[in-house]
Design a protein around this ligand. Structure first.
Ligand code: DGJ
Length: 757
């Protein structure tokens, strides 16, 4: 990997074996011009020949120079109003009310590794050799302010991350109205936009649409990254598939309001912008202060969407997730939510835990309802004191009893919320986010604590700490079940109300950091009414996230398929639940429920005391199986094979790094009579390795499995009469195939080479 600087022509080339990124300083205006981003190209002394200029009727920066219109120059971090009319990367209002900026190149520096971002989650390096960072300092002399653009290139993967920092070096405050994390001008518009959209119980559905002229965007203004759109978008070529072709991924390491968009101008230039949502954002930057944007992680793939996803998976599981749990197998858990909802007591909990332990489950998680008078969702959030009627010995006593069973214990919190019937609210009615003189809307009967205030965060920490410090807690599920409304903080000046949502999320990060520092052994799972905050920002603190409240295996095919676009399998919370399913009423076989949940963190969310003996045997087999395979699932390369958005058959697989082992999930949503022939073509295997296909006793070379596929027909040769007696799989059936490298018993005959025709 290298960052080469051509001092004379002031060009910067970041590259490794996979990707190149090139930009330069404009001679006259000293702004930054983007030249190239894509597959690695060889370094040259100069890339001046990549400059594109046409004379077009436009406004120009310099008199007499008809090629100095910023509208026709591809840029790195554009501003609005000085000849460029496209959507800018930043906007500032200064003391005279002007919104014009002119940040000009001042200097650069190259650092080994990657600096951390202050108070924000970010990918990191563990050794200087893993990445290099280029920091470009630009100055606006009228504002007397600096803008530092950071670019980190990793040595072995196709990752470039970007962020921006504004420093007010003057003696007057100004307002940041917009501070995006990255902006890139692509020279053409022959792309499709890929993004993940959804709602509660149907998160992360993949949406692909052709780019068209104008702005197409995704966003959240809800105070959380949200169910509606994930903070991720990609541009792919129309002929790019899961396995081949170009893709550019953009993923924002942030959990609050965001905007991601592609603007196609009339000349076919596509500007991609990603960062904090400028809508409702306004930040006062006082003299001497700086503002740090979140980080945008960009992945280039020449190997289709799978190539992009695998790069994100590898990066996020090893250089975004932190702490003790990063490299450890995750426990199989059982969560009591769908088993009991609010109606439980210690005896009931212990009965479930005991039965779960006997089935090979390792961690019991007590969900909502353990505190104060919480018997339904109308009360008690904020009073984090155990309900002694349900739990006579409190969380302390219960956690000790669970540990005595030989299981670990986990607990649910919703730290950001308060209900009006609580001690917390009685003591601090002004701690909720609401606009003075206006009605405060509620969501799920609850109100949001003003986490933009330090004292609120500190108080919640002390309440949680009281429970954690006296109990044996190995896991926390941190839930968040409503979006922000009437965003206003009474602790902030009127001209700072545009800061509330960002300050709020910084407060959430601060509480996480405090808890992680004091309790490094606790495994955190983030949750927000399912997957409303399944984002890279959260993964920095909580290595896994509850992907959706929808636990139906068939719905999960779509949710997990979409989630896997960016997020690694060992971050995707996935459980086997009861049937008929509580969200959609569907009854699916217990095998299929597990075969879907295996491709995630794996756990159960049902009353295991109510399942029959046959199901118990199956659950026992499933937990034993997962324990055997969890390293493969955690570290392997994941490939999506057949999309639930396109067909009745769905498939995906995970292959070990050394390609000696693979696990393939194949799902058929509806049964079909007298159906076509099916072959499941695999990928990612070693073509020369011989694989043993467990269950069939047959062996196959990798090349055969990838080119012919697994032949799924049952082969009734010589036993046609059995056909009518066969057991039909029914709807929602699934199969799991396990491949293991087999000893090459005898050399196959070498193929005869064909010469000529
Ligand atoms: C929403 C979560 O997504 C569920 O799993 C559960 O924890 C409930 N909240 C509890 O209120």
């Amino acid at each position: 990997m290298a960052i080469k600087v051509n001092e004379e022509s002031r060009e910067f080339h970041l590259f490794n074996g996979k990707v190149s990124y090139i930009f330069r300083v404009l001679e006259k205006s000293s702004q930054l011009e983007h030249l190239y981003y894509g597959k690695k190209i060889r370094h040259r002394k100069s890339f001046r020949h990549l400059i594109e200029r046409e004379v077009r009727p436009s406004c120009n920066l310099f008199e007499g120079d008809h090629t100095s219109s910023l509208e026709h120059i591809k840029q790195e971090y554009p501003s609005f109003g000085t000849t460029d009319y496209r959507y800018p990367a930043h906007m500032i209002t200064d003391k005279i009310g002007s919104r014009i900026t002119d940040f000009q190149f001042e200097s650069y520096k190259i650092l080994e590794g990657k600096p951390l971002l202050e108070n924000l989650p970010a990918i990191y390096t563990e050794a200087g050799s893993e990445a290099d960072t280029l920091e470009i300092t630009l100055v606006d002399s009228v504002l007397n302010s600096k803008l530092i653009l950071s670019y980190t290139i990793f040595s072995t993967c196709s990752v470039i991350s970007r962020n921006a920092r504004f420093i007010n070096a003057g003696d007057e405050a100004f307002y940041l109205n917009q501070a995006m994390s990255a902006s890139i001008d692509f020279p053409d518009d022959n792309y499709e936009l890929v993004h993940l959209h959804g709602a509660w119980a149907r998160e992360n559905h993949v949406e692909i649409r052709r780019l068209s002229k104008g702005i197409q965007s995704i966003q959240s203004a809800r105070g959380a990254s949200s169910h509606a759109h994930n903070p991720f978008l990609a541009l792919k070529r129309p002929d790019t598939t899961e396995h081949s072709g170009e893709v550019y991924g953009f993923s924002l390491v942030y959990s609050g309001n965001f905007l991601g968009q592609a603007e196609v101008d009339t000349y076919g230039v596509t500007r991609v912008t990603l960062g904090i949502n400028p809508f409702q954002f306004k930040w006062r930057l006082n003299p001497g202060e700086s503002f740090q944007t979140p980080e945008c992680v960009m992945v280039y793939s020449g190997d289709g969407l799978n190539g992009m996803s695998q790069t994100y998976h590898q990066l996020y599981r090893s250089r975004l997730v932190r702490g003790e749990w990063r490299d450890q197998p995750r426990p199989i858990l059982i969560n009591n939510w769908e088993a009991t909802y609010f109606s439980f007591n210690e005896e009931k909990v212990l009965t479930i835990a005991k039965a779960a332990k006997d089935l090979g489950i390792e961690l019991f998680v007590l969900d909502d309802g353990w505190f104060a008078e919480r018997h339904d969702d109308t009360s008690s959030l904020g009073d984090w004191f155990p309900n002694k009627e349900k739990l006579p010995q409190g969380i302390k006593g219960l956690s000790e009893k669970i540990e005595a069973l030989g299981m670990k214990f986990g607990l649910w919190f919703e730290p950001e919320m308060v209900c009006k019937d609580t001690k917390l609210f009685a003591e601090h009615p002004d701690w909720i986010i609401s606009t003075p003189g206006r009605k405060a809307s509620h969501g799920r009967n609850q109100f949001i604590l003003d986490f933009s205030r330090e004292e609120v965060v500190d108080h919640i920490f002390s309440l949680m700490d009281a429970v954690l410090s006296e109990s044996k807690i190995s896991y926390i599920k941190w839930d968040m079940n409503r979006y922000i409304t009437e965003a206003y903080s009474t602790a902030l000046d009127p001209d700072r109300q545009g800061e509330v949502c960002h300050r709020y999320i910084l407060g959430v990060y601060r509480l996480y950091e405090q808890l992680i520092n004091k309790y490094p052994h606790i495994l955190f799972e983030s949750c927000a009414g399912g997957g409303a905050r399944f984002d890279p920002g959260m993964l920095y603190y909580a290595p896994q996230a509850w992907a959706s409240d929808n636990t139906d295996a068939i719905e999960r095919l779509k949710i997990q398929y979409g989630t896997s676009m960016v997020y690694p399998l060992n971050s995707i919370g996935s459980h086997v639940s009861a049937v008929p399913n509580h969200q959609v009423g569907r009854t699916t076989p217990i095998e299929s429920r597990a075969n879907v949940a295996f491709f995630g963190t794996f756990g159960y969310e049902l009353d295991v005391t109510k399942i029959n003996d046959e199901e118990k045997v199956k659950v026992n087999q499933q937990t034993a199986f997962f324990k055997e395979k969890r390293e493969l699932i955690r570290n392997g390369d994941f490939y999506r094979l057949l999309s639930p958005f396109e067909s009745n058959e769905v498939s995906w697989m995970v292959v070990s790094k050394d390609k000696t082992e693979a696990m393939i999930g194949y799902y058929k949503v509806l049964a079909k009579p007298n159906d076509k022939y099916y072959r499941l073509k695999l990928t990612g295997l070693d073509p020369d390795k011989l694989y043993f296909l467990e269950g069939t006793g047959s062996t196959h070379y990798g090349d055969e499995l990838m080119n012919v596929g697994i032949v799924l027909a049952e082969d009734f040769t010589d036993r046609a009469s059995e056909y009518w007696q066969r057991e039909k799989p029914g709807d929602f059936s699934s199969k799991l195939f396990i491949l293991k490298e087999a000893a090459q018993e005898k050399k196959e005959e070498p193929h005869e080479e064909l010469h000529g025709i």
